[in-house]
Design a protein around this ligand. Structure first.
Ligand code: F6R
Length: 618
C-alpha cells in the first residue's frame, strides 16, 4: 500500500516531498522517510510512526536545500514498523543509492542471498532493501544507472513501484512500475512522481498514468517512458480535475468530518452533465464503449469490489435488477478471483473502487477479461490502474478522499450505480422513457436531500457520543437497507474498534436474535411506509421482536413516518425519497454516529490502527 513521491525541479525538494507525503499518508502511516541529493551528497531522514515524527526529525537534523529527492510513507508488510525498516533503503558499500518501494518483492529471499554473496550488508528486515543493493552492485559493475536499474527491475517478481536516486547522478529520478500504482506529474521546469495524483496536485494538474512494466526517467527538462524491455512507451497526458484544496481539512476537526460534509457536492458532481433537466441520461463515456446493442446482449452482471465499495455494489444490484431487469451478483473481488466463476462474453463485470488500485479488484478484473467478459469500472481516481485496464469507466467525482474510512466515495459510487442502472434500463427497454425520466428527476433531487440529512446530523452525533461506552452495536435493514446496515457496522469497527455487525432484518430469527440481551443497542434502517411494495410493516415487526428481548432501538426512518416513533427509543429522520435511492440518505446518520462515537473515545478517526486506505497487496 505505501505512498511514494518523487521530485526534480527548482522548488525546495523537502517541502514538495513532505507536502506530497501528507496527501498520501492515508496509504500507510507506519513510518515515513525522504532522501535528497544536494551538493553531490545523498542525505536521508526516516522515522517510525506518523509523518509528524519524520517532520520533527528533519527539524532536529535539517536537510540541505536540494532539487531532487524521493519520499515514502509505509504500511508495513515485511518487517515491523521501525526506524530501520522505514524507507528509503540505501544500497552499495558506500550507500550512494537510495530506494523506496511500494508492493511486495516475492523472490526477495533468493535475491538477498545473491546480494549477500556480493558483499551487501542488510540494515533492515524488508524485502525492499534487496533491490537497492542489487542495483548498486550492478551499477558498480557497468557504470550505467539506467541500465542497472532496468536489469534489476526485470528480475523482480511480485508487485512494485520503485523509485531510485543516486548521488553520482544528481539530475535523475528513476522509477519502475509493476502491479502497483505510479503517476507522473508534468510541471514547467519540474516533474513529479506519485502513487496517485494527490501527491502533486497542488503543483500541477497535468499528469500521465504509467503503464504496467514500465520505467520512467524523470528529469527537470523531460520525462521518458520505456517498457521493461527498453522499447519506448507513450501515454496520453490527462488533466486532473481535483481541486488541490479539496485534499486539505479546511478547518474541519478531521478529514472524515469534512468528507461527510462534502457529500452533497460529491453526489451533485457525480450527476453533473449526466442527466438533463428532464431527467434523461447522457453518459457518453459509457455509450462510446458500450453501444446500446451491447447493453442489450448482456445477460448477467457481476459486480466486484471490496469493503465499503462492495456495499455500493449491493445497492447497485438492487437498482439494476429493479430498473433494468438484468440478473446481478455481487462478489468480493478476492473471492471471485480464486474460484471458478461462470463468465461468458455476455457477462458484464462492473468493478467499483474509490482508489482504482485495490489489488484484489485489479486481479478480479484481469481474470474476468481473460475469461472474455467486458469490464466497466466505477472509479474515483483519474489515472488509476482500474480505469486503464477496464473497457470503460464511469468516474465518480467525489474528489480526493483522504480519511481511511470511506464516506463520500460510497455515496458517489451508489449514485454512479443508479446512473448505470437507469442507462441499462432505458437501453434495454425495461423502463419507458417516462419512467426513466421520473427516476432521473428523483436522482437530481438527491444532492439537496443529502444536504438536508446533514443539517439534522447533530442528533446522530449526540447519540454516538452518548453511546461511547457500548461494547457492541448491531445494525439491521432490508432491501437496500441491508448493505447500508453492513456499512454502518463496518464504519464502527474500523474507526471506533467496537464489535458491530450488520444483518438482513429478515435473517434475525434464523440465528442472530440470540445475541440480543437487555440494553443491546440496535440501529434499524426503516423503509418508507408509503411505497406500494413497502417492507415497512415487516421491519416494524422485526423491531418488536428485538425490543421484546431487551434491545434498545435507534431507527433511521423517513420523514412523515407516523408509526415508527412508537417502536423505537430514538428516531433519526431522513427526507422521503424513492426506496432504492434512500440508501444514499440512510447511510449518512450512520457515518456521523461512528465518527462521534470514535471521537468521544479519543481515537484518530482519519488514520485508524492497522489500516491503510489503498490496499495494493492481495
Ligand atoms: C472502508 C474502506 C474500505 C474500502 C475498500 C476498497 O471504509 O474504505 O473497505 O472501501 O478497501 O477500497 P477501494 O474503493 O479503493 O477499492
Amino acid at each position: 500500500m505505501c505512498g511514494i513521491v518523487g521530485y526534480v525541479g527548482p522548488k525546495s525538494t523537502v517541502d514538495v516531498l513532505i507536502g506530497g507525503l501528507r496527501r498520501l499518508e492515508y496509504r500507510g502511516y507506519d513510518s515515513a522517510g525522504v532522501s535528497v541529493v544536494a551538493n553531490g551528497h545523498l542525505e536521508t531522514r526516516k522515522k517510525a510512526g506518523k509523518l509528524g515524527n519524520l517532520e520533527s526529525e528533519i527539524t532536529n537534523h535539517p536537510l540541505p536545500i536540494a532539487h531532487i529527492g524521493i519520499g515514502h510513507t509505509r504500511w508495513a508488510t515485511h518487517g515491523a514498523p521501525t526506524d530501520q525498516n522505514a524507507h528509503p533503503h540505501l544500497g552499495g558499500p558506500t550507500s550512494k543509492l537510495s530506494l523506496i518501494h511500494n508492493g511486495i518483492i516475492e523472490n526477495f529471499a533468493e535475491l538477498k542471498a545473491e546480494a549477500i554473496a556480493h558483499g551487501a550488508k542488510f540494515a533492515s528486515e524488508t524485502d525492499s532493501e534487496v533491490a537497492a543493493h542489487l542495483i548498486a552492485i550492478e551499477y558498480e559493475r557497468n557504470g550505467d544507472l539506467i541500465e542497472s536499474f532496468s536489469t534489476v527491475v526485470n528480475r523482480l517478481h511480485g508487485a512494485f513501484t520503485i523509485l531510485v536516486v543516486h548521488e553520482d547522478q544528481p539530475d535523475v529520478v528513476l522509477a519502475a512500475r509493476r502491479n502497483a500504482p505510479l503517476v507522473v506529474g508534468l510541471g514547467d521546469g519540474e516533474n513529479f512522481l506519485g502513487s496517485d495524483v494527490a501527491a502533486f496536485v497542488e503543483h500541477t494538474k497535468r499528469a500521465i498514468s504509467v503503464g504496467q512494466d514500465e520505467i520512467v526517467i524523470l528529469r527537470t527538462d523531460g520525462v521518458e517512458l520505456r517498457h521493461f524491455d527498453g522499447t519506448p512507451a507513450t501515454h496520453e497526458e490527462f488533466t486532473v480535475d481535483w481541486d488541490a484544496s479539496a485534499a486539505s481539512k479546511g478547518g474541519w476537526s478531521s478529514f472524515m468530518a469534512k468528507e461527510i460534509a462534502d457529500q452533497p457536492q460529491a453526489v451533485a458532481d457525480t450527476l453533473m452533465g449526466r442527466l438533463d433537466s428532464d431527467g434523461l441520461i447522457t453518459l457518453p463515456e459509457l455509450f462510446e464503449d458500450f453501444p446500446v446493442a451491447d447493453m442489450k446482449s448482456i445477460d448477467r452482471i457481476i459486480i466486484v469490489a471490496c469493503g465499503t465499495a462492495s456495499y455500493a455494489g449491493d445497492v447497485t444490484k438492487y437498482a439494476i435488477e429493479k430498473w433494468a431487469r438484468v440478473p446481478v451478483q455481487v462478489e468480493l473481488s478476492h473471492e471471485f478471483r480464486y474460484r471458478s466463476p461462470i463468465v461468458t462474453p455476455n457477462t458484464l463485470v462492473v468493478a467499483i473502487s474509490q482508489s482504482g488500485e485495490t489489488m484484489d479488484t485489479l486481479m478480479a478484473i484481469r481474470y474476468a477479461r481473460e475469461l472474455g467478459a467486458k469490464v466497466l469500472a466505477i472509479c474515483n481516481t483519474q489515472g488509476a490502474t482500474l480505469a486503464r485496464e477496464s473497457n470503460a469507466t464511469i468516474y465518480t467525482h467525489a474528489g480526493p478522499e483522504v480519511a481511511v474510512a470511506s464516506t463520500k466515495a460510497l455515496t458517489a459510487q451508489i449514485t454512479a450505480g443508479y446512473l448505470l442502472a437507469l442507462t441499462l434500463g432505458s437501453a434495454r427497454g425495461a423502463l419507458t422513457t417516462a419512467e426513466a425520466a421520473r427516476l432521473g428527476k428523483e436522482l437530481l433531487k438527491l444532492p439537496a436531500k443529502v444536504q438536508d440529512v446533514l443539517a439534522t446530523a447533530k442528533q446522530a452525533e449526540e447519540l454516538g457520543t452518548k453511546m461511547a461506552g457500548a461494547k457492541s452495536v448491531l445494525f439491521l435493514g432490508r432491501n437496500v437497507g441491508y448493505p447500508i446496515a453492513m456499512e454502518g457496522a463496518l464504519k464502527l469497527k474500523e474507526i471506533a474498534y467496537i464489535h458491530a455487525e450488520g444483518f438482513a432484518a429478515g435473517e434475525l430469527k434464523h440465528g442472530p436474535i440470540a445475541l440480543i440481551e437487555e440494553g443491546q443497542p440496535v440501529i434499524v434502517i426503516v423503509p418508507s411506509p408509503d411505497d406500494e411494495d413497502s417492507l415497512h410493516p415487516k421491519v416494524i415487526s422485526n423491531i418488536q421482536e428485538i425490543r421484546a428481548r431487551g434491545a434498545k432501538v435507534i431507527a433511521i426512518a423517513q420523514e412523515g413516518d407516523k408509526t415508527v416513533a412508537d417502536y423505537a427509543e430514538h428516531v433519526l429522520y431522513v427526507p422521503q425519497s424513492d426506496p432504492i435511492m434512500a440508501a444514499v440518505l440512510d447511510v449518512i446518520p450512520l457515518q456521523g454516529f461512528a465518527l462521534a462515537l470514535a471521537t468521544a473515545l479519543g481515537l484518530d478517526v482519519d488514520q485508524p490502527r492497522n489500516l491503510a486506505k489503498s490496499v495494493t497487496v492481495e
